[in-house]
Design a protein around this ligand. Sequence first.
Ligand SMILES: CC(C)(COP(=O)(O)OP(=O)(O)OC[C@H]1O[C@@H](n2cnc3c(N)ncnc32)[C@H](O)[C@@H]1OP(=O)(O)O)[C@@H](O)C(=O)NCCC(=O)NCCS
Length: 441
Amino acid sequence: MTHKDLHRQFVESFRHSAPYIHAHRGRTFVLVFGGEAVADPQFFNLVHDIALLHSLGIRLVLVHGARPQIESRLKARKAKLVYANGLRITDNAALACVKEAAGCVRVEIEALLSMGLSNTPMSGAHIGVTSGNFVVARPLGVRDGIDYQHTGEVRRIDGEAIRQHLADRRIVLLSPLGYSPTGEVFNLSAGEIATAAAAELQAEKLVIMAEGKPPRDSRRRLISQLSLDESTKLLESRRRLPADTKRHLQHAIQACRHGVRRAHILDRSINGALLLELFTRDGHGTLVTAETYEGLRAANIDDVGGILELIKPLEDKGVLVRRSRERLEIEIAHFLVIERDGMIIACAALYPSDKNTLAELACLAVHADYQGTGRGDALLQKIEDRAARTGIRKLVVLTTQSAHWFRERGFLPGNKSDLPVKKKDLYNYQRNSKVFFKLLN
Ligand SMILES: CC(C)(COP(=O)(O)OP(=O)(O)OC[C@H]1O[C@@H](n2cnc3c(N)ncnc32)[C@H](O)[C@@H]1OP(=O)(O)O)[C@@H](O)C(=O)NCCC(=O)NCCS
């Protein structure tokens, strides 16, 4: 290639990346990589790319793992590695290794970022890094009789504090540790922390720098893009995926379901994978995107299967009264649903009584993955509109476990006499549901 060709190529690729540079400025990206990446002699390449993103005005949260560093410390102490259901059991000896390894890895990353990246094109770029107690943890506890001891899970991310540091142009660095309000330290998974942080910060992107190749299709070609629905189907399919790939996909799905717009799974071993993915049209990894269709509408007969699937776990827990498929088919016209990506994620039903001024709100349910995001409110609002339009003045609801949810939305405690006559006869005394009513304007 001649000098002229090289120049033309440079100018073209720089121009092509300009729209991406513009689009990414001021956005928050959460980037997670394993301890393997830090141990790699080429790690400075990744740090260089991170510094470049920072200098382009991208707000960065880095989450590092420390698996190989922890394991080598455990081995050196001749301590046993104990796993159950794919999770490490962190006993006292292991926790000491975790703290040591996480501390060392953190310091190494901070040092590289502080170096101003001498001998690289980013030399002189001063990068402020902050780490701290941003992750509140709780113990995993005892599951199936196994005590996971100091292995924990994320309870909460201090989003407010992280946002402040990001606004001060600092990179926030999170280690695979969390602290409980009782002052205990827990060993957490870096992937879980990154997913929770991305959701809490409503990040533009969660970027997973994976060990090993991103997901491939049945013909072993890289899958470059997946919708949420496609990713879920891939996970549930009979294709055998490596455990790490599965976990990355689960994290990507979870982040997208909680408001992160895009999750990227990249092959960490490719030099520049991060830049290729973020600044070129096609990228080199797998993009899981949450840009989906979602709508709230009246249910039809084709939704019966989806509604049954949604309410089954709640029926099993005794939260909702059991409904047979036959009964649901007959009553389907009473239902409203929220459909997302072809899946029913929420439903509610309105049953007017004979007199038509009173109606029962029933079977209000939001899929566990989507709770706490206002969908219950949206359904209630639509039910109230539907009721008011048909002259209904009073709504009643029977609930065993969501009394406060209704009270906070203007429902008042009532008694059995508020129920429609037909319902009164069917009232199931064993369930001992509470009755609430709301007068509509
Ligand atoms: C109750 C339910 C429909 C709420 O749906 P949702 O989409 O999560 O609700 P929203 O996002 O609109 O509201 C979330 C708020 O309600 C609170 N909330 C959720 N479930 C609650 C419950 N059972 N009791 C009290 N408050 C509850 C949340 O803590 C959150 O409040 P916060 O933001 O102040 O923390 C949903 O939790 C559900 O499906 N529950 C199981 C089925 C059920 O009990 N149905 C009612 C009987 S018909």
